[in-house]
Design a protein around this ligand. Structure first.
Ligand SMILES: C[S@@+](CC[C@H](N)C(=O)[O-])C[C@H]1O[C@@H](n2cnc3c(N)ncnc32)[C@H](O)[C@@H]1O
Length: 273
């Protein structure tokens, strides 16, 4: 049963207010397919009854479940490969050279989903840069969704998930098989700190970052939200730092303080000097 327009608008506003995600009216099918199983699981006879209940109660765990269900968590190891090549061949060597005196490296992965992206970065650091193994290295990985963060923290992936993007050599070297899961090695996992963070709200104090990955999330927001987020990133990115966005995302026409830098087939951004 299609959701009545007023109920659909209620869900669209709930999701927008709490995550910044813009759901066009044409996405009614998406709302229905993602929320009907949630309604059933929570014991409601229909999606309409579930939404009526949400409307009549203050925002609580059920509303959160709806917001979580409406996020798109698609990710995989070394997604799109070129940014990770640029990280390994160009960006990390340059930043590491600039940080010789402090021996500190801080990387933020701003919409980390189930963890494949920050773990890909952690693998590159371990595998390609043994020289900095004893540096103070922090990878902070954040997401809005508690569900994905729980999975990310576990560091455990199915066969299907490790088949997506992870080179066999890294699987053998950095994962251990436990029953039907592949569990990431403790030293790779330990470098990543997972936290909840809503990109559309003012950020908590996080310090400076040398590298920011914020990939495949700006696409879900409207332009004012993208501008706000890029403005906040501008103030926490080190002056010589690099920002990686998804391949369909750009600061062009949103924030004039970034300039594009191309490394091979990857484009990343840094602050204009
Ligand atoms: C498509 S995934 C991208 C994952 C990874 N960055 C990648 O490129 O493979 C988008 C992620 O953004 C998160 N997200 C959506 N809205 C958010 C918000 N307002 N604040 C923080 N994370 C958000 C979702 O929960 C989801 O895990």
């Amino acid at each position: 049963m299609p959701l009545p327009p007023a109920d659909l608008d209620y869900v669209r506003k709930l999701v927008f207010d709490h995550s910044g995600i813009v759901l066009e009216r044409s996405k009614a099918y998406l709302v229905e397919t993602r929320l009907t199983p949630v309604a059933t699981r929570l014991g409601f006879k229909s999606l309409e009854e579930f939404v009526r209940n949400l409307k009549n109660t203050p925002v609580n765990g059920a509303h959160r479940t709806v917001i979580d269900a409406m996020t798109t968590n698609e990710t995989y190891f070394f997604r799109d490969i070129h940014p990770f090549e640029a990280l390994r061949k160009n960006v990390l060597p340059e930043i590491i050279q600039n940080r010789e005196s402090t021996r500190t490296l801080r990387i933020w992965c701003g919409a980390c989903s189930t963890g494949q992206e920050p773990y890909s970065i952690s693998i590159i650091l371990k595998d390609g840069f043994p020289k900095i193994d004893n540096w103070n290295i922090q990878i902070v990985a954040t997401d809005l969704s508690q569900d994905v963060l729980e999975k990310a923290k576990s560091g455990a992936y199915t066969q299907l998930e490790v088949n997506r993007g992870l080179p066999a050599m890294y699987l053998v070297k950095y994962f251990k098989q436990q029953q039907d899961r592949w569990v990431i090695r403790e030293d790779i996992r330990k470098r990543v700190q997972f936290r909840e963070l809503n990109l559309t709200k003012p950020f908590p104090p996080m310090g400076r970052f040398d590298i920011v990955f914020l990939r495949n999330v700006l696409i879900y927001f409207d332009n004012p939200t993208k501008q706000q987020i890029l403005g906040r990133i501008q103030s926490l990115l080190a002056p010589d730092g690099y920002l990686f966005l998804g391949c369909a995302e750009t600061p062009v026409n949103l924030n004039p303080n970034f300039e594009a830098v191309s490394f091979g087939k990857a484009t990343c951004y840094r602050l204009k000097r």
